[in-house]
Design a protein around this ligand. Structure first.
Ligand code: 26Q
Length: 800
């Protein structure tokens, strides 16, 4: 045993470790400690327990000279760390008991931790799940990202409108990170390129320093831990004492302010790409720091850069870090003297690119003017890559290069610079081939592959849903946490009435707890016996929250028309943020809140229908809502949702899906069985066809009386009595600008909701379907996904 390994933990040992940190790290006496102080002490005590596996993993990787994976992402949507870490190191119970000895409650202490919200949504959360799975699988890896001072904004509602506030997770000390001031790199921008002795030399006109902060990421059972390295921007020259002494106080601090803006705030857009200089600088900042760090680590123990691909795999999470190609080529040629042709091959063998979207407005393109100005040397290299690629594939019709119409297309750049390109669900990967890169796919038919997304069962089942987790463990034993396929063993038990009752009871307990929480946070009292119908995700037209709320209005109307009829009571739960500049999405938020106001206060409705929209949906709110969900709304216009991962979390927790054939819904339905999934709507190909009819909306509305009624109610201002014309814009869009086919899918959706009601009327039948969903979701573990990346893209093996 080495000296660093702490003594085995008992409740008493751990209690004294918490007390030691309270005293010596926090500097507080137990008699005067606040909940925050207790959280700091507990976090440090836990962190100590992660350091041993972390060091041993790092040492093994060096000693065995292992290939490392580098996951480059502008977003890591981690959420809270404390409870997750305590579960993975096997100390959740001991920590709870030790805290109780000290007069503190674990949940209350852990509940004060702010979410690390360094991401917008799916792409950022996927990065966090993959980090956890790489640690679980013993895949030596680093995550590289930006240490944003302000993560995703906090959402509040004011009169039903979304209002944004700066998020401030670092206002309290972040106990999980280790600052590494000795690990820092200069990142240049602008300036000139000089050719000297046949080599290009870039003289940046500005520079900032990227300084590392490391957070250990521990996997299941504490067997392995990797590093998440986040870069903070700091000024290269500190402040100007001469100017300060002249009394120019603000000017003296200018270089500092300028530099710090780079890591100040996460861009809150997750689909619209605007060619903003600061965003480009952020992307290069992350990418250059990462590539410099990767080369420095490699050259510590190797000298032949041509062997780099045998030790380094770099994964680009979408195109945001796609400058990794040009930056690696720049360092290999300009700094290390390799010929361009060799450099490009080395870079390509290291790089992989994951595509997460087909939406044209989300595809990154930078004007050649901006790129040439901010990164003059990289612009030259990009043009050279483009010429090189064109030259090796002459005489192609419709050739789509990287630089076109004075723009740099980051998708094409990432594709050409990668040896593998992957989509995130089977359908999406097919569409990447067919619609996004048809020409490049024809030239490189083996490059595009699929790696269907996954989610970590440790956070999304074991931690978020202790009631269901205990039932699973009591039924099939432990070990499913890192072998999620084992959930299949539940299947024979599903035939057992006792098991189904226990399954339903766990769900019911989660719903009861969440009903209390909903009452506290929104003031709306909901019946835990009602069907909890949940749509939680970013607000976007393609995700069609509008379709959901229109159907809700229709349901409300039906209740009022037939007050005696036998309705299945429902609670419609919404959660999600809109990008601050996305006007239409914000209008839909307003509408949902307005509809909630009317329905929740309608005495004719009572408990049969409630609409709740708790503000500030985030990872922690997801952990609360997902285990309490009966119905998972996955209703995007087919062909638009690359995968979805909330769909997986919900089905894993025994929610039934109502959904279109989009993204990973297709595979979820294949796994859980068509009879346990409420399918509706146009397919991806039908949707494209449908748009060829310029009158598709009018035809759909004329064919559906229920939809006419809903649009009429909206147009009359029934949900906006203070401003009756408020929703005329939405009505007009459904009639005349319905690109996302809300009208065309409305009738089918409404019909599918009827089938949901019918199924819910039979509680035992519902429990069977829900339990089969859980039993059959093992495939969607991020462990399976990461194994796929290791085998097909990174060519690495587990060190365990
Ligand atoms: C790009 C340029 C400038 C500013 C912002 C951006 C930007 C930022 C974030 C563009 C896109 C994103 C995020 C995209 C995203 O989250 N995509 C989702 O990825 C999930 C994981 O693969 C999928 O499950 C979802 O289907 C997909 O929408």
């Amino acid at each position: 045993m080495n000296a660093l390994a702490p003594q085995p933990v008992t409740q008493d040992v751990f209690r004294s470790e918490i007390l030691r940190h309270l005293t010596f790290t926090v500097g507080k006496d137990a008699a005067h400690a606040s909940v925050h102080d207790w959280r700091m002490a507990l976090s440090h005590a836990l962190r100590d327990r992660i350091v041993a596996p972390w060091f041993s993993a790092t040492r093994r990787t060096w000693a065995e000279d292992r290939k490392r994976v580098y996951y480059l992402s502008m977003e890591f949507l981690i959420g809270r760390i404390l409870e997750d870490a305590s579960i993975n190191v096997g100390l959740r119970e001991i920590a709870g008991a030790a805290l109780a000895d000290l007069g503190q409650d674990f949940a209350s202490v852990a509940g004060t931790e702010p979410d690390a919200a360094l991401g917008n949504g799916g792409l950022g959360r996927l990065a966090a799940c993959y980090m956890e799975s790489m640690a679980t699988l013993g895949c030596p890896a680093y995550g590289y990202g930006i240490r944003y001072e302000h993560g995703l904004f906090r959402q509040e509602f004011n009169g039903g409108h979304q209002v944004e506030f700066a998020e401030d997770w670092l206002s309290q000390k972040h106990p999980w990170e280790f600052e590494r001031p000795e690990c820092a790199y200069d990142i240049g921008f602008k300036g000139q390129v000089e050719v000297k002795g046949g080599r290009s030399v870039w003289h940046p006109g500005e520079s900032v320093r990227a300084s590392a902060f490391d957070t250990p990421v521990v996997g299941w059972a504490g067997r392995w831990a990797n590093t998440l390295r986040l870069w903070a921007a700091q000024p290269t020259q500190h402040f100007d004492l001469k100017r300060f002494n002249r009394g120019e106080y603000t000017a003296a601090a200018e270089p500092e302010t300028l530099a710090r803006t780079i890591s100040r705030v996460l861009y809150p857009e997750d689909t619209t790409h605007e060619g903003k200089e600061l965003r480009l600088k952020q992307e290069f900042f992350l990418t250059s720091a990462a590539i410099q760090d990767i080369l420095r680590r490699y050259l510590d123990t190797h000298s032949d850069l041509r062997a780099l691909p045998s030790k380094v795999a770099i994964q680009m999470n979408d195109t945001h870090p796609a400058l990794a190609g040009p930056e690696l080529i720049r360092l290999l040629t300009d700094a290390h003297g390799l010929p361009f042709e060799e450099a490009i091959e080395i870079a390509r063998s290291c790089l992989g690119y994951t595509n997460h979207t087909l939406l044209p407005e989300a595809l990154e393109r930078w004007s050649t003017w901006l790129m040439g100005n901010v990164l003059p040397r990289h612009m030259q290299i990009i043009e050279r890559i483009d010429e090189d690629h064109l030259a090796s594939h002459p005489k192609r019709k419709h050739y789509v290069g990287i630089v076109k119409h004075h723009e740099v297309r980051m998708g094409e750049l990432a594709f050409i610079m990668s040896h593998r390109v992957n989509g995130v669900s089977a359908l999406h990967s097919d569409l990447v081939k067919e619609r996004l890169f048809p020409e490049l796919h024809a030239l490189h038919p083996d490059r595009i592959i699929n790696q269907t997304n996954g989610v970590t069962p440790r956070r999304w089942l074991r931690m978020a849903n202790p009631a269901l987790s205990s039932l699973v463990t009591n039924t099939i034993g432990s070990g499913w946490e890192d072998h999620l396929d084992r959930l299949r063993e539940l299947e024979p038990h599903v035939e057992d009435r006792g098991f189904r009752d226990a399954f339903a009871a766990a769900k019911r307990a989660n719903k009861a707890a969440t009903s209390n929480w909903v009452a506290e946070t929104t003031g709306v009292r909901v019946d835990p016996g009602a069907l909890f119908d949940v749509q939680i995700k970013r607000l976007h037209e393609y995700k069609r929250q509008l379709l959901n709320i229109l159907q809700t209005i229709s349901e409300w109307h039906e209740i009022r028309e037939n007050p005696q009829a036998d309705f299945v009571p429902r609670v419609k739960i919404f959660g999600g943020k809109a990008a601050p500049g996305y006007v239409v999405a914000k209008e839909i938020i307003h509408l949902i809140n307005d509809v909630a106001e009317v329905i929740n206060n309608d005495p004719a409705v009572g408990d049969r229908l409630k609409v709740v929209y708790p503000a500030n949906y985030n990872v922690s709110m997801a952990e609360r809502l997902i285990p309490a969900s009966d119905l998972s709304e996955q209703i995007s216009t087919a062909g638009k949702e690359a995968s979805g991962t909330g769909n997986m979390k919900l089905a894993l927790n025994g929610a039934l899906t109502i959904g279109t054939l989009d993204g990973a819904n297709v595979e979820i339905r294949d796994h859980v069985g068509a009879e346990n999934f409420f399918l509706f709507g146009l397919t991806a190909h039908e949707a494209v066809e449908r748009r060829n009819d310029p009158e598709h909306s009018r035809h759909a509305i004329e064919a559906c009386e229920a939809l006419q009624v809903v649009l009429q109610l909206l147009a009359e201002g029934r949900f906006s009595p203070d401003q009756t014309d408020r929703y005329l814009g939405i009505v007009d869009r459904v009639w005349h600008h319905d690109y996302f086919l809300v009208a065309s899918d409305f009738a089918a959706y409404r019909d599918a909701q009827r089938r949901v009601d019918d199924a819910y009327r039979d509680p035992d039948g519902w429990a069977r379907m829900a339990a089969l969903n859980t039993a059959r979701m093992g495939f969607f573990s991020s462990d399976r996904a990461v194994r796929g990346y290791m085998k097909e893209i990174w060519k690495t093996t587990s060190a365990l």
